[in-house]
Design a protein around this ligand. Sequence first.
Ligand code: HEC
Length: 316
Amino acid sequence: MKEQTTKLSIKMKRSILNLPAFGKRAFLMAALLSSTSALAQGQSISETEFLVYVVAGMVLITLLAVIATAVYVFRVVNLLTEQAARERAERLGVEYVKEPSIWQRISQKLTRATPIEKEEAILLDHSYDGIRELDNHLPPWWKWLFYGTIIWGAVYLIVYHVMGLLPLSEAEYLAEVERVQAMRATREVVEIDEASLVYTPDAEIISRGQAIFTSNCASCHRNDGGGGIGPNLTDDYWIHGGSLQNIFATIKNGVPDKGMISWAPILKPEEIRDASFYIMSIRGSNVAGGKEPQGELYREELQAVKQDSVVAQINN
Ligand code: HEC
């Protein structure tokens, strides 16, 4: 028994002193941690974010290295003082008794465990097939946790049920529901009637539309609307019609087969209106270096003429 414990303690000491292996493991863990947290973000992490991750990773690795070194130095110093004390005891001809470490003392305070040498005193009389039972204390840490729950229970009862200082879960839930309903009631609902929407060169709407266009549409239609993957929006030729209603409908429904997604799930109706107004404002401006025309010629005046002729035809 005794031989076993000494063997075990020697083994433990060796593994703690085996710093290179420990350092390698710590390094691998830190590298793994920092890389997985970066990967979990997907492809969408920005350059600054990436830099923050790299720096945080470095700091973590350095910190682990410092801690590992400190532990190592502490162990070595401990070992040296222990050795010196042992030698001194030998010289004086007394038996060396190792002092318990801080951790051992704390652990002893928390558990009050009976040392193996004194177990004989708490051994109970019965024996089941050679298995015997020790009458150990309940560990103090466990007892204090238990007393803590009793105290917490009393405080909870008084605060929530006796004095009613804080709301119970049901009241909390109802208050939350009420808060959301109040929020819904005050939310501004912008109804847009696409069919009767009329274009007005409202500078505020157009500049909002331009911002929406720059961040969502410029990648395919170019910053100035001159076209790229998507058609030129500054000429008078339109694949899906050049009226405000046509443009609104194209943005809202998209042309999924041709690579123009439906923006209805992404943009709010008023944002689609703002983008449409912006396109109306650049329509026919024929920016330099724009894409060649696609679709049919569409001009408001032509349309008006067409309408007139339709009316004339009907009248005739
Ligand atoms: C991924 C690329 C892409 C993005 C992003 C994109 N579009 Fe398009 N868009 C296209 C393509 C391609 C077409 C042509 C569809 C076709 O050939 O029928 C098109 C067509 C259009 C048309 C019709 C043009 C015509 O000639 O009738 C409008 C208007 C339009 N886009 C507006 C927008 C707006 C506004 C946004 C941003 C909210 C946007 N697009 C974002 C690719 C894109």
